[in-house]
Design a protein around this ligand. Structure first.
Ligand SMILES: Cc1ncc(C[n+]2csc(CCOP(=O)(O)OP(=O)(O)O)c2C)c(N)n1
Length: 507
């Protein structure tokens, strides 16, 4: 925006506000680097509360913490000036003065990083002191010589008791009135499965990018202090760092939400897949995420991972299968068979029994849950249960569906699907993902490639963005619940429904 302003020769201010957590991302530094180099008038306000969602991590965070406790910048500058005033005058002395000034500043003020990047540093200022903030912002506004960095200290949750007491929990809150959970959260099952894996294999390292709580991994940090790592909000680095570990025979389990892994796509491609490294990607919040809204929808991961050679992709039908899939993924990666991803949804499981020990699942093999001769419903991951329910509804209307839990989007269970295609050439695919490039697409590609003639109905998210809203409502809206799947079948093959309509008694 500032560049556009300058190209047009206009005069206005551009203010970028960033959190200290967000500042751990590489892109933030790419921006600072560019603006600092151009000496462009931009005001960057750092809202520094020492917290990401959880306590912030990293060397920059440590540097910012040092600023909190250091001599205030203005005071330090004053001390430096006083020292210099006692130096003799003259040209040589002027150069010495400049050098001494810079060295002393560097010694006294830890945040010279921003100054070295070409910014003039204002602060730190108490963000809860309105007058102080107004004052420093006015100075930043009127400053004419290049970019300005305004460092504001705040307290996360300030002024609201519950949030001050537990600022991690209160980072974000859901709508009130949510139903009491009757089954475990997928996230909790995931964390237990990771614990099981960390215990079973010392070569395993689990990595999160600033989501220790969100991924459920928080308790694992104290249990495995060396092998559970938070790298900050930098998914790209998380992936490439894990790639480095994998080159040394370590088995990384990288837990990143589906939507955030998008940030690390090129790293997944170049630093993992191209290098033939073996890896576990655990993609939480895959599918419709509900209250988190448009930016957090996990609707693209199949499409962006499926084309990468060597990748294996799985999705569990319930929480017990999630645990088996992580176990399977770990074995696969530990045996150096390439990168493997497991996507699982936000929210609670189905309350199924979790067996005593995890099982290793055969790669690329589906599970048939129900047999019927009229059509085949193949679901991937979370919608499997809805597909089963739809099949039962349809059965009451006299229409018999086979229901397949696909388990794998790559490799597909080609043998089974082609056998079904030959027997029952009416397929419905169901996934909580965009239809373009997703699981249904994979099935369509397979059928086309093998010359199988099948009438194919692909259910998923159409070509539009999905906004904030309860998962249940969106599933209904897109016809991804049992009712929607049954309706899609009736709509696509009305002749099947008619064929089974109860005969009317004449007369
Ligand atoms: C790319 C990406 N990774 C992770 C997250 C999850 N996340 C949301 S807010 C947040 C913490 C942000 O901390 P900070 O920038 O310091 O802002 P604050 O909430 O403290 O104001 C994280 C990690 C995200 N939104 N985007």
């Amino acid at each position: 925006m500032a560049l556009a302003r300058d190209l047009r020769g206009e005069e206005w201010n551009v203010v970028a506000v960033i959190g200290d957590g967000a500042l751990t991302a590489g892109m933030a530094f790419e921006g600072l680097n560019n603006v600092g180099h151009d000496h462009r008038r931009v005001i960057v306000v750092l809202n520094d509360n020492g917290m990401s969602i959880a306590p912030n991590v990293g060397a920059v965070s440590r540097m910012l913490e040092a600023v909190r406790t250091a001599t205030p910048y203005r005071g330090a500058k004053h001390v430096v000036r006083q020292v210099l005033e006692h130096m003799p005058a003259g040209e040589l002395a002027e150069e010495a003065r400049r050098r001494i000034f810079n060295s002393l500043k560097a010694l006294l003020i830890p945040n010279l990083l921003f100054e070295q990047l070409g910014f003039t540093y204002f602060g730190p200022v108490d963000g809860h002191d309105l007058f102080a903030v107004e004052n420093v912002l006015a100075k930043a506004r009127d400053f004419r010589d290049g970019p300005v960095f305004v460092h504001v200290h705040t307290q996360k949750g300030h002024g609201y008791g519950p949030a001050e007491d537990d600022n991690v929990k209160w980072h974000g809150v859901s709508a009130t009135g949510a139903a009491k959970a009757t089954a475990p959260q997928y996230t909790a099952v995931f964390a237990d499965a990771v614990r099981e894996i960390l215990k079973s294999d010392e070569r395993t390292v689990a990595i999160t990018a600033a989501m220790p709580g969100g991924t459920g991994m928080l308790p694992l940090f104290s249990e495995f202090p060396q092998r559970v790592i938070d790298v900050g909000i930098c998914e790209q680095h998380a992936v490439t760092m894990a790639a480095g570990l994998a080159t040394q025979g370590i088995v990384p389990v990288v837990a990143i939400y589906s939507t955030f892994l998008q940030r690390g796509f090129d790293q997944v491609l170049h630093d993992v897949a191209v290098q033939d490294l073996s890896f576990v990607f655990a993609m939480d919040r895959a599918g419709i995420v509900g209250d988190d809204g448009r930016t957090h929808q996990g609707l693209y991961d199949i499409a962006y991972l499926r084309p990468l050679p060597g990748f294996t992709l799985m999705a569990p039908k319930d929480e017990a299968e999630l645990r088996d899939m992580l176990w399977t993924a770990h074995h696969h990666a530990a045996a150096q068979r390439g990168p493997i991803g497991v996507r699982f949804p936000r929210g609670t499981g189905f309350g199924v029994t979790i067996p005593a020990a995890p099982r290793e699942l055969p790669i690329g093999v589906s599970e048939t849950l129900r047999e019927g001769d009229d059509l085949v419903i193949i679901a991937y991951g979370q919608p499997v249960n809805a597909a089963l329910e739809a099949a039962e509804t349809l059965a009451r209307e006299g229409l018999q569906a086979t229901v397949v839990n696909a388990r794998f989007a790559k490799p597909l269970d080609a043998e089974r699907l082609l056998a079904l295609a030959a027997r029952t050439p009416r397929f419905v695919t169901v996934e909580e993902h965009v239809v373009a490039g997703g699981f249904g697409s994979a099935v369509a590609e397979l059928l086309h490639e093998r010359g199988a003639r099948v009438e194919l109905e692909m259910l998923g998210i159409p070509d539009e963005h999905v906004d904030h809203g309860a998962q249940k409502l969106w599933r209904r809206h897109y016809g991804l619940d049992a009712e929607g799947i049954a309706a899609a079948v009736r709509g696509r093959w009305p002749q099947l429904v008619r064929a089974h309509e109860p005969e009317r008694t004449a007369g």
